[in-house]
Design a protein. Structure first.
Length: 220
């Protein structure tokens, strides 16, 4: 199941890999995992980057349909799980989730993301910056996403993609290799349990989002 993950294990596998990206290119990189009706940032190199608008993005919840990290995750879920998540998002009143109601546009975005292998943030969300995100897999299942954020004034989207996409894709492969070396990924039984619990978790997540969250201000 794309909804099953072991966060400490993923963070351990990813931290030094994304640290190295920021050390090389200066822009901040974040790691996000699925959390019911959103992805949630569980690791960030903002503290290591001189080029960030935020002091921290840790624990920020980001839309699965408007944010790059969310799109990169959702697009690579198995079709049945993607559909289940989309159905749950139709209950959301969060502004950034409203594109879920335009089925044709959502389908086109997800298909484009799958075809090109990466996601970008919606142009309607915080245009002062943009994020390029790619999925992280283990044993054929998407486990997380990683995203690099840059100032729109510093570089246009095409230049950022051509400059940073190869590095980000290599980082995702490196994280996958580290996860495989660590062993003990998602078991079939755990995956089934996670899939059954997805709707319940989504409802809880929607309640948390309705209560207010910092994700409107996230440059991720």
């Amino acid at each position: 199941s794309c909804g099953y993950h072991s966060e400490p294990r993923i963070i351990e596998a990813a931290a030094s890999v994304v640290d190295a990206i920021t050390a090389a290119v200066k822009w901040p990189v974040a790691l996000a995992v699925f959390d019911g009706d959103a992805v949630i940032v569980r690791y960030s190199t903002i503290s290591q980057s001189p080029l960030s608008l935020l002091h921290s993005s840790l624990n920020m919840r980001l839309s699965l349909v408007s944010r790059a990290l969310g799109r990169a995750y959702l697009a690579f879920c198995p079709p049945d799980e993607c559909q289940m998540i989309v159905q749950s998002l139709r209950q959301s009143t969060h502004a950034e989730d409203q594109p879920v109601h335009d089925a044709a546009a959502l389908h086109a975005m997800l298909e484009q993301t799958r075809a090109q292998g990466y996601a970008l943030r919606s142009k309607d969300v915080r245009p002062v910056s943009n994020t390029l995100a790619v999925p992280v897999f283990e044993n054929g299942h998407v486990m997380a996403s990683i995203g690099l954020t840059w100032f729109s004034s510093a570089m246009d989207t095409d230049a950022a993609v051509s400059t940073y996409l190869p590095r980000m894709q290599q980082a995702a492969r490196d994280i996958e290799s580290r996860l495989n070396a660590m062993g003990v990924g998602a078991s079939p039984a755990a995956s089934r349990v996670a899939a059954k619990g997805l709707r319940r978790k989504s409802r809880a997540g929607l309640r948390k989002r309705a209560a207010g969250s910092p994700d409107d201000t996230a440059d991720t």
